[in-house]
Design a protein around this ligand. Structure first.
Ligand SMILES: [Zn+2]
Ligand SMILES: [Zn+2]
Length: 256
């Protein structure tokens, strides 16, 4: 639920001078503006699943980009249902958009590469949630030339794994092993762990456990339940398992 303290989910990832938007909850465009992030530089949008707190901000953002005179296409990677849901609104509000809106349908149940260019590759991370959901693994790579074999190869630099929303699942460990930065949702505290079963979310302690088992470099937690106002409680709980945890705070920037 949006609160005065926190808007729903939205992250901007800056990788290789490209900006990727991950999830687009209500109000994301306002937060971006407040942070001085120019939406014009936005490259692609990745939507993890179709719960409102992850996609209700998309229609407003698409409309604003048109008003701002965007001409370059906007690529949206999401479950195929998103296009079906948005299409009637797009036809009504933006019958003649100034830029192309390209929907790329992804299968959240399958681990696969959904985006790749010269410097960045994005893979889906299948998660366990009430509706088909996947996280995203971003990695930065550079093309290098091997003099001896006279072939090109890719050298991986930084990786960022985004895992929201999900129940605790060790099925993701192999894919995210050794990742430099992991975002893992922590909707509840252990005291409310019973809620995880019905809503299919994780506790802060579980997020810490995943980071520990995956041997992640650092963990960022977020997606806090609006029942708890003091977010340091989530941080304390995750740090008991994984000390290199940081707490997502709206408007903050985190180096990878
Ligand atoms: Zn959800
Ligand atoms: Zn959510």
């Amino acid at each position: 639920m949006p609160t005065f303290q926190n808007s729903p989910t939205g992250q901007v990832l800056d990788l290789c001078d490209k900006r990727f938007l991950i999830d687009c909850g209500e109000g994301v465009q306002i937060t971006m503006r407040r942070m001085g992030l120019r939406t014009a530089r936005m490259y692609c949008v990745f939507i993890s699943h179709l719960h409102g707190d992850h996609c209700f901000g998309l229609m407003g953002l698409i409309s604003t980009l048109d008003m701002l005179g965007r001409t370059q296409p906007l690529h949206i990677y999401a479950h195929s249902q998103l296009e079906k849901l948005l299409r009637p609104m797009l036809d009504f509000h933006l019958p003649e958009p100034r830029y192309e809106i390209v929907f790329h349908s992804i299968n959240p149940r399958k681990r696969e590469v959904i985006f790749s260019d010269r410097t960045v590759t994005v893979e889906t991370i299948p998660l366990r949630h009430k509706v088909p959901t996947c996280g995203f693994l971003f990695y930065e790579h550079y093309r290098r030339y091997n003099e001896q074999t006279q072939t090109f190869y890719y050298e991986t630099r930084k990786r960022y794994a985004y895992c929201s929303d999900t129940q605790y699942t060790e099925s993701i460990l192999e894919q995210i092993e050794g990742v430099e930065t992991l975002f893992h949702e922590s909707t509840y505290l252990e005291q409310d762990a019973f809620r995880c079963k019905t809503t299919m979310h994780s506790t802060a302690r579980q997020a810490g456990t995943i980071a520990l088992k995956a041997k992640a470099g650092q963990l960022i937690i977020g997606h806090y339940s609006s029942r708890i106002d003091d977010h340091t409680l989530f941080l304390d709980e995750a740090q008991t398992v994984f000390p290199a945890t940081r707490m997502a705070v709206e408007g903050e920037t985190y180096p990878l």
